[in-house]
Design a protein around this ligand. Structure first.
Ligand code: KG4
Ligand code: ZN
Length: 346
């Protein structure tokens, strides 16, 4: 059993959490969404500065809310890749400093492994192997989870990530940032069959389509063209029908690929992670299709789909229990394949 305090600062959430293996003792998430909203997206330098301002308080709150002191903490972890380099650096530097001051082991964590571990928090009985559909603002991947630290990415997006597509489509309709939750809310009041939109598919040289890779840039352009056409016809854009049709197209495409992957690899469980796992359309489509194929599908609670530090602490706890530690010389990286996570530990 390991009690880990983890820091997550890879993008625009300043988060600190304490977990004991797969049990959350506290989880603090301080969102910077309001700061970045006027810019229509995350401004990296602004994010780093906000992390510096918010982090100390978040650490104090995490300890306070868990009613623990440093003596109860076995290890200190921080997300070290992938993400905004300046933002990652704030969390990693804080974690290393605390590790030195309190003489605790330090562990760097891969952000995507954290999203996988969000499913262990809500389903502590979950054990590999299973398929993870990881859909966030930066990634859209189908990952075979074989063991802690042993991952194979079998499907990816060829262009935009699913969350990025939600954000871009919301922006082109002037709806605000982040687009996912806004479109999700509007879609509930719209008709998903109002507009027929193209599901992006990756053609194979010998004919047919890639079973697991996806593409969202064509869909985004189709929504742009449709929006421009509708704006010429009427000043009132049918945003609810557009949101519902777009969301249903994304949900159907992701569902098809996740189910195909689980069936092809003979795996009975699909765990979904990342901000887009909060999407109600994806939840409905995937749950219905999984039931049809007798597959188990796991969605973390909404607060653990988007970025949080509890998932980072949970991943770190398992590495810690396996005797793995990160050197204090570990740096941050804007990108790193999840297949290489073992490189973070000695
Ligand atoms: O995992 P996350 O918090 O950060 C990254 O690691 O990228 O994901 C953020 C992304 C954003 O693109 C946001 O628009 C999207 O997740 N998102 C959603 C929903 N909630 C957040 N997308 C669709 N439906 C939602 N309900
Ligand atoms: Zn994330």
């Amino acid at each position: 059993m390991a009690t880990i305090l983890a820091i997550e600062t890879s993008c625009d959430e300043t988060a600190v959490a304490i977990v004991n293996d797969r049990t959350i003792l506290s989880s603090i998430v301080s969102s910077q969404i309001a700061t970045h909203q006027p810019y229509g997206g995350v401004v990296p330098e602004v994010a780093s500065r906000q992390h510096v301002e918010l982090l100390n308080l978040a650490i104090a709150q995490a300890l306070d809310s868990a009613q623990l002191t440093w003596s109860a903490i076995d290890g200190i972890a921080a997300t070290c890749t992938p993400g905004l380099v300046g933002a990652l650096l704030v969390g990693v530097t804080a974690a290393k400093t605390l590790a030195i001051v309190h003489q605790k082991p330090f562990l760097g964590v891969h952000h995507l492994e954290g999203h996988i571990y969000a499913s262990y928090l809500s389903s502590p009985d979950l054990e590999p192997p299973f398929v993870c559909l990881l859909v966030s603002g930066g990634h859209t991947s189908l990952i075979l989870v074989k063991a802690c630290g042993d991952y194979e990415t079998v499907g990816q997006t060829r262009d935009d990530a699913a969350g990025e597509a939600f954000d871009k489509v919301a922006r082109l309709m002037n709806l605000g940032y982040p687009g996912g939750p806004i479109l999700d809310r509007l879609a509930k009041k719209g008709n998903p069959k109002a507009f027929l939109l193209p599901e992006g598919q990756i053609s194979l040289p010998k004919g047919g389509f890639h079973r697991y890779d996806s593409s969202f840039s064509g869909l985004k352009t189709a929504v742009l063209r449709l929006t421009q056409k509708l704006q010429l016809e009427s000043p009132h854009l049918p945003v609810e029908d557009l949101a519902a049709s777009f969301q249903a197209t994304v949900a159907k495409g992701l569902t098809k690929r996740a189910i195909a992957c689980a069936l092809d690899y003979g795996l009975g469980t699909i765990a979904v992670g990342g901000g887009v796992a909060a999407n109600s359309g994806l939840r409905q489509h995937l749950q219905a299709a999984a039931a049809h194929h007798n597959l188990r599908v796991l969605f973390p609670p909404l607060e653990f789909c988007t970025d949080n530090a509890a998932m980072i602490a949970c991943a770190a706890a398992e590495h810690f229990n396996q005797g793995e530690r990160s050197p204090l010389t570990l740096g941050v990286l804007s990108r790193m394949p999840i297949a290489n996570v073992k490189q973070l530990y000695t």
